[in-house]
Write a protein that binds this ligand. Structure first.
Ligand code: ACO
Length: 320
């Protein structure tokens, strides 16, 4: 049977780095508070010429280069984003153009911080159905655009960036490739984390609002059951996992899930300290970093998980 293998990895971070101390000049907060509660010490924020499309395109170019795949062999681009530059055309369609893909299709997926897991699962379904042979899956986010910079409870948590992977159809993958993805959503918890309004609704602020404590409570339990489900479906156990690559929201959520898995932090990829929460971009950003610095190697079993606004959550299990 055809499987999707991860053939390439790429990412892009805005040039401008904003430290906790810089935020503390404008907000009633401190470097110590932010580090202790979240593990975040800095974040990247877009500047001139940097936006959801440009970051996605740069990350995708790097991933294609890594995979040694020409843009002409790309069948589809799927972008996970909650912060597109425009309502339409979709970010993915603009990215197809920037990459020079002439015979492809593309669309965006909005599942907040779970967007990359949703996009990966969607791309895998296209590949296994025989509808595409090569799909670029991207998370690209400009959360700086939807933050209320006067709200210390949310402004300190997020950053901008993009990450990408190239998924390729492989008939002889053996045990390599995407093993399973699991997706969940519960609209009854929609008011715990949301953006207030949309384009053309001037009576709303357009800012992200969050009940931090409630999200935290849901995160550890839902993410733990989601990784249990992934391993059980694959007939694997915690000890088989080489690397956990979690969505990077908060070091305490990450540690909570690792503890439930009995996985030492040495086997967890952490970028939240330097990137903060980049929503749908955080997992592919972390993957790219750990593959390129040699931590994640071919043959490793990698478990990814995410939870975000919706609430949406899910997991993906892959053998590289
Ligand atoms: N600096 C200083 N003080 C602050 C700050 C800040 N940046 N933000 C909040 N506080 C204050 C609050 O006002 C409150 O003060 P009070 O007691 O006088 O009212 C106090 O700190 C405690 O606030 P809590 O919200 O109860 O703090 P908590 O320990 O829960 O930490 C946090 C807040 C970090 C947001 C935590 O709830 C959390 O990590 N939640 C998870 C949410 C998350 O990560 N969301 C990301 C998006 S969802 C996702 O990607 C999974």
């Amino acid at each position: 049977a055809t499987r999707s293998t991860l053939a390439g990895f790429g990412s892009y971070l805005p040039r401008r780095v904003v430290s906790n101390d810089e935020l503390a000049q404008r907000l009633d907060t401190s470097d110590q508070w932010i580090r202790e509660r979240t593990g975040i010490s800095q974040r990247h924020i877009v500047g001139d010429g940097e936006n959801a499309v440009s970051m996605a395109a740069r990350a995708a170019e790097r991933a294609l280069e890594f995979a040694q795949i020409s843009p002409k062999d790309v069948d589809a681009v799927i972008v996970a984003t909650s912060t597109p530059d425009q309502v339409f055309p979709a970010t993915a369609v603009r990215v197809l153009n920037e990459l020079g893909v002439k015979n492809g299709f593309g669309f965006d997926i909005a599942a907040a911080c779970s967007g990359f897991i949703y996009a990966l699962s969607t791309a895998d379904a296209f590949i296994r159905a025989g509808q595409a042979k090569c799909v670029v899956v991207i998370g690209s986010e400009v959360y700086s655009r939807i933050l209320d910079w006067s709200d210390r409870g949310t402004a300190v948590l997020f950053g901008d960036g993009a990450g990408a992977v190239v998924l390729r159809a492989d008939q002889d993958a053996g045990d390599r490739g995407l093993i399973a993805t699991h997706l969940h959503a519960d609209g009854a918890t929609g008011d715990l984390l949301y953006v207030d309004g949309a384009v053309g609704q001037p009576e709303h602020t357009g800012f992200l609002r969050m009940s931090g404590r409630d999200v935290f409570r849901h995160a550890v339990s839902k993410l733990s059951s989601s990784v249990d489900e992934a391993l059980e479906a694959a007939g694997l156990t915690y000890s088989d996992v080489t690397w956990l690559v979690p969505h990077q929201a908060n070091i305490r959520i990450i540690e909570g899930v690792a503890r439930k898995l009995a996985l030492p932090m040495e086997r967890v990829v952490v970028t939240v300290d330097r990137h903060a929460n980049t929503s749908a971009a955080s997992i592919p950003l972390a993957l790219d970093e750990a593959v390129r610095d040699g931590r994640i190697k071919s043959g490793d079993l990698v478990l990814m998980e995410a939870l975000g606004g919706g609430l949406t959550w899910g997991s993906a299990l892959v053998r590289l």
